[in-house]
Design a protein around this ligand. Structure first.
Ligand code: PLP
Length: 297
């Protein structure tokens, strides 16, 4: 199959799937999601994504009628039904189906959604991720629950659209000059050999790509500083880097049209190499083919 939709046990091509209008996602965005990529039909870092998904559900007091083990079995089985070896694996839970009323509906069962689509690798996008990402800055007007992976993403949508219109790859949010994260990734800087990343508070999503970058820094002997940094510090950094589950720490070349980074490509390259190496090891350990040159991630 080219793609796959799943809703409470029903599957089919995404274009043919139908969901009830009263699903709480349509009136309130009342749900949480998680997502990763699969390579060679193996979802990457699935256990960590499932852990975060269960934490997100707990924060919204959504009580699932499925277990971690159910999800850990379901997602790989769906991934195998889609042809593309590299896919986006996205799943969400919504609070249920009930007539529109703000407070939690009593007795409604949560709805589980999944979609799988071919993941457009860098080869199909603008080329090699190592070419340097272009970003814009945007004032962060989001609410104070950015640590929860909720479906409420309007400011992120608007910022990503603004970045695209400016010919850029991402938008970096800041709150009065304090850098938080990007519209769908985390942003970090290298300065004097130190990896700086925003602290894990309610202003950012604790990215799994970010956690992997921090862990690889530990192995490479790169000190990590989690104190907030400013837009000015970012513009003066040796390197600006972004991470998400399908984006393995490419360097940023421009922000708001001004050149940034490019002063410590050796360290940035070591970190990116370690992250990609970790991905390949993960896939190979689960039986994936080790011919990775065909994917540009
Ligand atoms: N921040 C935001 C707002 C995101 O939407 C995402 C990914 O969807 C991330 C950060 C990166 O998270 P992860 O590395 O878990 O993909």
């Amino acid at each position: 199959m080219e793609n796959l939709g799943y809703y409470n046990g029903k599957t089919g091509p995404i274009e043919e799937m139908r969901v009830p209008m009263d699903d709480r996602s349509s009136w309130f965005g009342d749900g949480v999601y998680d997502a990763t990529i699969s390579v060679e039909h193996i979802p990457y870092a699935l256990e960590e994504h499932i852990d975060r998904f269960f934490k997100s559900m707990a924060l919204l007091e959504i009580e699932p009628d499925f277990t971690r083990e159910d999800l850990a079995a379901l997602l790989p089985s769906l991934v195998k039904q889609v042809d593309s070896p590299v896919q986006m694996v996205y799943w969400q839970v919504t609070r249920g189906t009930a007539p529109r009323a703000h407070a939690f509906p009593r007795g409604a069962k949560p709805n589980l959604w999944v979609f799988l689509r071919p993941w457009e690798t860098a080869a199909g996008k603008a080329g090699d991720p190592a070419r340097g990402q272009k970003l814009i800055t945007v004032e962060d007007t989001r609410f104070f629950h950015c640590n929860i992976k909720t479906l409420n993403l309007i400011p992120n949508v608007l910022a990503a659209e603004k970045a695209g219109k400016a010919g850029c790859d991402e938008a970096v949010f800041h709150r009065s000059g304090r850098v938080t994260e990007c519209s769908h990734s985390n942003v970090h800087i290298l300065k004097d050999g130190v990896f700086r990343t925003a602290p894990e508070d309610n202003l950012i999503l604790a990215g799994i790509g970010r956690a992997h970058a921090i862990a690889r820094c530990g192995e490479l002997g790169i000190p990590v500083d989690r104190t907030p940094f400013s837009v000015a510090e970012m513009m003066a950094a040796d390197e600006v880097l972004i991470t998400s589950s399908g984006v393995f720490c490419p360097a940023v070349s421009h922000i708001d049209g001004r050149p940034v980074g490019g002063r410590d490509p050796a360290l940035a390259g070591r970190l990116r190499g370690a992250l990609i190496g970790e991905l390949w090891d993960y896939i190979a350990a689960r039986g994936g083919q080790a011919d990775y040159t065909k994917y540009m991630l």
